[in-house]
Structures are given as structure tokens and as C-alpha cells.
Design a protein around this ligand. Structure first.
Ligand SMILES: Nc1ncnc2c1ncn2[C@@H]1O[C@H](COP(=O)(O)OP(=O)(O)OP(=O)(O)O)[C@@H](O)[C@H]1O
Ligand SMILES: [Mg+2]
Length: 473
């Protein structure tokens, strides 16, 4: 059945339309402003949108930008007598039709009659689109398991608000894509989304990276520098690995969150900023508080809206769905039509994916690259590789005369390679903090890229924008 979204701040018009349309057997959703409309658009792509032009938070025309032109959604603008001209300009911008208030029942019916019903070609396309929805996609995220649907629901609720969000989940569960999706669904989406990995910036530099500095404020500060809080003004700042932020800086962060003001290093002048903070950690935040890694007051401030990303092993058939989505992307990019042989499918479903979605994505890339030339199926790359521990079967040989630093380097890179590039696991096995691991990898440069192999591309895309040291990791 076609689905209709009605956007109007006047409850009478809204209800009247919903009644007429509902009586015609169509499903409806309503919204009182642009913010609510955007949430509804994400929940279910409508076939038709009836929107008032004048809304409390903008013009109904703004919704045109939110709709994918290829999706074939029709927009009908509603307007008062005085603004027929604006309705005409809305038509020029691509609206399918317009209604003048008070809304005429016959006109609405005529518009509805034009809509495809089950049975004709357009309806089949509509059904296909519905199928895509059921296959599961929300913003930048794929998946339709009950566990991930709950996450979608929470993101949809909190996105349009100003609340800080704390994303918690194992490494590779999608905290960063969740943060980007949150940003995309908020009114800030036209401004910057900056991602900062707090564990990857050296403790000496982190304050000036966050808040900026004035020229001459410390040795080497040869010009003024704008920090993340200044550059993300109006937008969203994603603070990844928040527990790796030094305690003194956590105090300063708390102050910005409370007052909206900060000072560049080397000045006492307050600068105002309007930044929404989304923080993330792959540790249990309460444990981090007990261990003194996360200040209790900051935790309370960030934990206004906690969202927990479930590990991939708890998402059931999402494994197959995500794997297919990643393979589709590769096929699209390279103009190929490779599919997974059934052995690979089975292997993927029974594997516990300790590195979560990142490990799965890397695996699909590997299986794609290793496929025999000209073949239509991906390679059957065994999965046990990523499961094996460094102590079983493999070893690092370090001859006498090797410096301690070099031995360290070899051990760290070999462990990381054995963990399929999953840094949290490598840090755990090595018995060092993730921060130390990141700092070492920055030192190792290119060699570290090789050890982290498949994940290099995606991480650099996110961190490169933020311009952090270690952007290539
Ligand atoms: N639901 C999803 N749909 C599509 N891609 C996803 C999804 N979840 C994660 N990914 C992809 O998996 C990779 C890892 O995700 P992401 O970087 O967001 O994880 P993370 O939780 O931030 O990991 P870490 O704790 O190691 O920083 C990325 O390439 C991301 O695009
Ligand atoms: Mg991350």
C-alpha cells in the first residue's frame, strides 16, 4: 500500500488530511515541523508527501533536499491563498502538485487516485522499495535484526535533539557510522562532522588540537591554530576513545559541555561554540570510571543518552545481509557480479566475528580480492586465520643484537597482523593500552599500515578529515 507523509503545523489540517487519506486505504504518518518530518522520512520512505510551505522551523521546500530524486517520491505542497505564488515556485522546483487551504476534499481524492496501487508497474517498483526497507538500511547503516532496529530507534529519537550521546560497543561494531548517521539526521547535517580519535593524539598536543592555540603559546606554535571545537562550530564533534583523553582535559571538556565556552591554549579569552558532542568508547564506561580512566562528572554529562551497539554475533542474519551489502559495493565499484559460494556463506554465519562489522568488511574485501580472475564467485578464504592466537603456530624470531625498540616493533606488528588488524585485540594480547598501541603505530608509519591492511582505507577516511596524527592508521 502506498504510504503518505503529512507535514503541517496546523493539527486540524493534518488530522483532516490523515482521515481522508486513511479512509482511502493508504497508510499515513504525520509531522508538525521539518524536524519531525525528517524523522518520519527515515522511519519509512513515503510515496507521497503533503507538506505545508510555512513550517515553524523552515519551509516545506527544504524537504526536497531530503528526498532522493531517484526514489520517485511525489511532493504536494499545501499553501494559504496569500502564497499561491510560492506554491508555483515550489512546482518549478519539482513539486508534483499543490493544494490551497482550506483543503478541498475532491482535489485530494484526485491526487490519491493518481497513485499507483498494487497490480501496476509503479506499484511493483514501490513494493521493491519496501523490500529494500525490509532488507534493512538506516542512514549509513545496514542491518535489520531486532538488536540493530533498537539502535535505529534510539538514534532516530535523539538525533534531532541537542543531547550529548555516548556510544558504547566493542571495536568494529559501528560506533563511528552510528555517530555519522546521528549527525546526518540532525539539523546540524549541513555543518561539519569531525571525528577525533582521542587515543591517537599525543597527550602533549591534545589540548591544542581540541581548543586551538595562539601564536607563540608554546615552543613550535608559530601561528594561530583553530582547534576541533572551533572548526566543528554548528556541527558535530565525534570524540572516539573518550577514556583515552587525559584527565585534565576531561575537566576542560566538561566545562565546554556545560558552558558552551572554551579558551585557546595561551589565552584567557573565552570563545563561544555551538558543538554537539558524541563520544564513544569500546570499554565498559562504568569500569573506566572505577579505574580512573573516565571522570565521573564527565561520564554523567555524556551519558544523558547512552546507545549501546550490539556485537555482530548478537545480530543473527545481519551477518549475511552486511556481507552482501559490502560485496554489492565492491561489485558496483568494479563492475563485477561476484557472489559468495555457499561454503563461504556457511562459514560466515557460524563464525563469531570478534572484530565485528569491521572484521566482516575486511573479510569480504579479502575474499573478493583473492577470487580467481574471471570467476563469478569470491574466493573461499578460510576464516580461522583471524581466529588463531599468535602463540599457536606462529612466532617472531628476534636474533641477538636486536635493539629492544626493534624487538618491540616486530612483536607489535606481528601481533596486529595475527589479529587481522583489530587493534583492541592486539593491545589486549600485548598487555598494553590501546593508546600506547596507537602511539607506536604512528611511529611505525608505513609498516603499521601493512599490518592493519584492509582497515586502512576506512579509518583514514574518517580520521583524515579530522586531520589527526596517525591519520593513515
Ligand atoms: N551497520 C553497519 N552498516 C554498514 N557498515 C558498517 C556498519 N557498522 C559498521 N560498519 C563498517 O564497519 C567498519 C567499522 O565501523 P566503525 O569504524 O564505525 O566501528 P567502531 O565501533 O567505531 O570501531 P572502533 O571501536 O574500532 O573505533 C566501518 O568500515 C564501517 O563503515
Ligand atoms: Mg571508531
Amino acid at each position: 500500500m502506498p504510504h503518505v507523509l503529512i507535514v503541517d503545523d496546523d493539527p486540524n489540517t493534518r488530522d483532516a488530511l490523515a482521515e481522508i487519506i486513511g479512509a482511502d486505504g493508504l497508510t499515513t504518518a504525520t509531522a508538525g515541523d521539518l524536524r519531525e518530518a525528517r524523522i518520519q522520512l527515515v522511519r519509512q520512505t513515503p510515496d507521497v508527501v503533503f507538506t505545508d510551505l510555512k513550517l515553524p522551523d523552515g519551509s516545506g521546500v527544504d524537504l526536497f533536499e531530503d528526498l532522493d530524486p531517484r526514489s520517485g517520491v511525489e511532493i504536494i505542497v499545501i499553501t494559504g491563498h496569500a502564497t499561491v505564488e510560492s506554491a508555483v515556485s515550489a512546482l518549478k522546483m519539482g513539486a508534483a502538485d499543490y493544494l490551497v487551504k482550506p483543503v478541498n476534499l475532491q482535489r485530494v481524492k484526485a491526487i490519491l487516485d493518481r497513485l499507483p496501487r498494487p497490480g501496476d508497474l509503479k506499484a511493483q517498483i514501490g513494493t521493491l522499495r519496501g523490500e529494500l526497507r525490509r532488507m534493512g538500511r538506516f542512514g549509513l547503516m545496514f542491518g535489520n535484526s531486532p538488536a540493530i532496529q533498537e539502535v535505529y530507534d534510539q538514534i532516530g529519537r535523539v538525533a534531532p535533539t541537542a543531547a550529548s550521546v555516548l556510544l558504547v560497543g566493542e571495536s568494529g561494531t559501528g560506533k563511528e557510522v552510528a555517530a555519522q548517521t546521528l549527525h546526518e539526521l540532525s539539523l546540524r547535517r549541513k555543518h561539519a562532522f569531525l571525528a577525533v580519535n582521542c587515543g591517537a593524539i599525543s597527550p602533549n598536543l591534545i589540548e591544542s588540537e581540541m581548543f586551538g592555540h595562539e601564536r607563540g603559546s608554546f615552543t613550535g606554535a608559530d601561528r594561530q591554530h583553530k582547534g576541533y571545537f572551533e572548526r566543528a562550530n554548528g556541527g558535530t564533534l565525534f570524540l572516539d576513545e573518550i577514556t583515552e583523553m587525559p584527565a585534565e582535559l576531561q575537566v576542560k571538556l566538561l566545562r565546554v559541555l556545560e558552558t558552551g565556552c572554551f579558551m585557546r591554549v595561551g589565552t584567557t579569552k573565552e570563545i563561544e561554540t555551538d558543538v554537539r558532542v558524541i563520544a564513544a568508547t569500546n570499554r565498559d564506561p562504568e569500569e573506566a570510571v572505577l579505574e580512573g580512566k573516565l571522570r565521573l562528572d564527565l561520564y554523567h554529562r555524556l551519558n544523558v543518552f547512552p546507545i549501546s551497539l550490539p556485537p555482530l554475533r548478537d545480530r543473527g542474519s545481519d551477518v549475511g545481509l552486511l556481507a552482501q551489502a559490502f560485496l554489492d559495493e565492491l561489485n558496483d565499484r568494479h563492475g563485477t557480479k561476484k557472489h559468495f559460494p555457499s561454503a563461504v556463506r556457511e562459514m560466515m554465519t557460524s563464525y563469531p566475528w570478534p572484530g565485528n562489522v569491521r572484521e566482516l568488511k575486511n573479510y569480504v574485501q579479502r575474499a573478493y580480492i583473492m577470487a580467481s580472475p574471471g570467476s563469478d564467485s569470491t574466493a573461499t578464504v578460510p576464516l580461522q586465520i583471524s581466529l588463531s592466537k599468535p602463540s599457536t603456530g606462529t612466532s617472531v624470531t628476534i636474533p641477538f643484537g636486536t635493539s629492544l625498540a626493534e624487538a618491540d616493533r616486530q612483536l607489535i606488528l606481528a601481533t596486529l597482523g595475527q589479529c587481522g588488524g583489530v587493534k583492541t585485540r592486539a593491545a589486549e594480547i600485548l598487555g598494553i593500552s590501546l593508546k600506547t598501541l596507537y602511539n607506536r603505530l604512528v611511529e611505525y608509519g608505513d609498516d603499521a599500515n601493512k599490518a592493519t591492511s584492509g582497515e586502512a582505507g576506512e579509518a583514514s577516511a574518517a580520521e583524515g578529515e579530522a586531520g589527526t596524527p596517525g591519520a593513515s592508521l
